[in-house]
Design a protein around this ligand. Structure first.
Ligand SMILES: C[S@@+](CC[C@H](N)C(=O)[O-])C[C@H]1O[C@@H](n2cnc3c(N)ncnc32)[C@H](O)[C@@H]1O
Length: 280
């Protein structure tokens, strides 16, 4: 009942969202690639427990985060650590699908500002191997032209995060259900919209609510044997994802909690769940 009321109230936002989205998409504002800040990380991020600090240090040593440490806010640095922590837990024991040429091609769908590009690249390059593999990673975001307080667009920031992550990391503004893409070894979706409520709260128009099409497109571009990795904010969203994927040629591999204490808002991550599916 509460869910229905919340959705009904959020529907009031739909017309405003539609107008604002159309305006920013037409304007396509850019001030050039944003400069990434350096914020001192100190000896230990203030919100970490001793155990969390040890885990953060271990992740930093395993995955090369030196460049990120120099060019990130504390929050972005922590969010990268949290993503590495989550992926390590979720994909433990799962062999990453690398193409015959030794390259892993991956797309991240709905990347937002792509602040976790470094963590995603480092995990895909280094997991399960002592010799780093080449990773070609592309972040795709349909709402890339929103303007931030510093006058840069989301795309300006996302391209900076992609550039920091590596030469083979790219960011593209586009609708994942419509952009042309070559076959991929792996697709990640970090919090896709599977409820109208979360999409409207985020500021998108209802016309972009197309979860079935999102997962159908993933099934089209992931090669047989490739992986789809999905993170959900809540159990309800995870169940909606599960139902959508069941209709498609994927087999469930594993699921895990993605709760993390490595970010200062750890309590808000308690319901997060991740799931991995293999393309048949
Ligand atoms: C909840 S946000 C998650 C952002 C990011 N993955 C993160 O974890 O910070 C979902 C994102 O998906 C984007 N999105 C929704 N539909 C999309 C589509 N069809 N193609 C590309 N991006 C889409 C939204 O604009 C939004 O930025």
């Amino acid at each position: 009942m509460a869910g229905i009321v919340k959705t009904a109230v959020s529907i009031l936002r739909a017309p405003g969202n539609a107008i604002a989205f159309r305006l920013r998409s037409r304007l396509r504002w850019s001030k050039g690639v944003a400069a990434l800040p350096h914020e001192d990380k100190g000896e230990r991020l203030g919100w970490l427990t001793c155990e969390g600090h040890a885990r953060a240090q271990d992740l930093e040593a395993r995955f090369d985060l030196a460049a990120l440490r120099q060019r990130s806010s504390r929050l972005v640095f922590a969010e990268n650590l949290a993503l590495l922590d989550s992926l390590s837990r979720l994909l433990e024991g799962t062999v990453l699908p690398v193409s015959e040429d030794g390259v892993l091609r991956a797309v991240d769908v709905g990347s937002g500002v792509f602040q976790y590009a470094t963590a995603l690249q480092r995990y895909l390059a280094g997991s399960g191997t002592t010799r780093l593999r080449r990773v070609v990673l592309r972040g795709i975001e349909v709402d890339g032209h929103g303007i931030y307080r510093d006058g840069h667009s989301r795309s300006d920031h996302a391209r900076a995060h992609a550039a920091l992550a590596g030469d083979d990391v790219h960011f593209q503004v586009g609708d994942f259900t419509a952009v042309r893409l070559p076959e991929q070894d792996l697709v990640t979706m970090w919090f896709p919209f599977v409820t109208r409520y979360s999409l409207l709260q985020w500021g998108l128009p209802l016309s972009l609510f197309a979860p079935r099409e999102l997962f159908q497109r993933a099934a089209q571009i992931v090669r047989p044997g490739g992986l789809l990795v999905v993170a959900s904010q809540t159990e309800i969203e995870a169940l909606a994802v599960e139902r959508l994927v069941q209709e498609l040629p994927f087999t469930h591999v594993t699921s895990a909690s993605l709760a993390t204490d490595l970010v200062p808002y750890g309590e808000r991550t308690l319901g997060r769940l991740g799931a991995v599916y293999r393309r048949n």
